[in-house]
Design a protein around this ligand. Structure first.
Ligand code: F6P
Length: 348
């Protein structure tokens, strides 16, 4: 078979582990592997690279993706689908492995409906893809965020300050929740539960009146103030830019400093905001993400051999199972209430 592979959307630690595993498993069973550069853009522009053993040597520990990535949407271009089809034909691709999150896999699903042979691999640090227990990249992101929270603890404690840490997580609070609980945060705010600034301040006041001299608040970039609260922007996200990407997403950011200002104003505790941003996405993947990326890559080649087109490799329990891409992108995987409620035990 001639197997194509692309990596799309925001980059993510573990992408190179997937590419390496696809190539190694592919070569082992006599396939040819063609990489497309910069996500869907590379298919649209017919930019390819042959992937052999040498091309994937020494990349396992590296962050980012050797293929490059983009948020390019062929369906937003005139004749985009036709160009994708032509490019795949020109390169005689039998199966295309698409490594991405909801947007990149959403494109794969539409192409699959048009008869293109796609296999999905779930990628996002946000961990919000449906049908899989976890996406690769999430483990690295939460470890980076946890370590940052550990570091912020010592400076917050020394200065008797409140520190608000803004982490990624557009629609779901997995990163804030996992990093916040493992980092011992005092308040954790996620998009799934719009928050009351009054309640946040009451919790911090109670904590400081009971003798604590500092606090750590972790907030997802996509968290929202409750409707009608000061800070509420008509129920919409706090944005760092109005610019939209090719999938119509605005750029989030700024809730951390907004929250910090509000806390300082109401409580008169010295407060600082830290935005972790892309630090969470860069750099070397954890062992768990290298392992998961490797397993996903090998399974994706097996899916291609078994002609499981239109399916994504998903982790359920410890098994890799096929989940239809339409199910994976059909809804978001959010933090369930019964899990989130453990934060109640740690709020002052
Ligand atoms: O990949 C997901 C994500 O990291 C989100 O958490 C975040 O909102 C977004 O990507 C940022 O995208 P960009 O790198 O395009 O600014």
């Amino acid at each position: 078979m001639n197997i194509g592979i692309l990596t799309g959307g925001g980059d993510c630690p573990g992408l190179n582990a997937v590419i390496r595993a696809v190539v190694r498993r592919g070569l082992h069973t006599g396939h040819v592997v063609t990489g497309f550069e910069q996500g869907w853009q590379g298919v649209y522009e017919n930019r390819t690279v042959m992937l052999g053993r040498d091309e994937v040597a020494g990349i396992l520990h590296r962050g980012g993706t050797i293929l490059g990535t983009s948020r390019f949407n062929p369906f937003a271009k005139e004749g985009g689908e036709e160009r994708i089809r032509r490019s795949l034909n020109d390169n005689a691709i039998d199966a295309l492995i698409v490594v991405g999150g909801e947007d990149t896999l959403g494109v794969a699903q539409r192409l699959h409906e048009g008869g293109i042979n796609v296999i999905g691999v779930p990628k996002t640090i946000d961990n919000d893809l449906n049908g899989t227990d976890v996406t690769f990249g999430f483990d690295t992101a939460i470890n980076i965020a946890m370590e940052a929270i550990d570091r912020l603890h010592t400076t917050a404690e020394s200065h008797h300050r409140v520190i608000v840490v803004e982490v990624m997580g557009r629609h779901s609070g997995w990163i804030a929740f996992y990093a916040g609980i493992s980092g011992g945060a005092d308040v954790i705010l996620i998009p799934e539960h719009p928050f009351s600034i009054e309640k946040v301040c009451n919790a911090l006041r109670r904590r400081h009146e009971s003798g604590r001299t500092f606090s750590i608040v972790v907030v997802s970039e996509g968290a929202k103030f409750m409707t009608g609260e000061p800070g509420d922007q008509d129920g919409s996200y706090i944005l760092s830019s109005m610019k939209k990407d090719a999938f119509g997403h605005v750029r989030l950011g700024g809730i951390g400093s907004m929250l910090a200002a509000e806390i300082e104003k109401r409580l008169d505790y010295e407060t600082r905001a830290t935005v972790l941003g892309h630090v969470q996405r860069g750099g070397t993947p954890t062992a768990a993400d290298r392992m998961l990326g490797t397993r996903f890559g090998i399974a994706a080649v097996e899916f291609a051999e078994q002609e499981k087109f239109g399916f994504m490799v998903a982790l359920q329990g410890n098994a890799l199972v096929p989940v239809s891409i339409s199910e994976a992108v059909g809804k978001l995987k959010t933090v369930p209430d019964d899990l989130y409620k453990i934060v109640e035990s740690f709020v002052a």
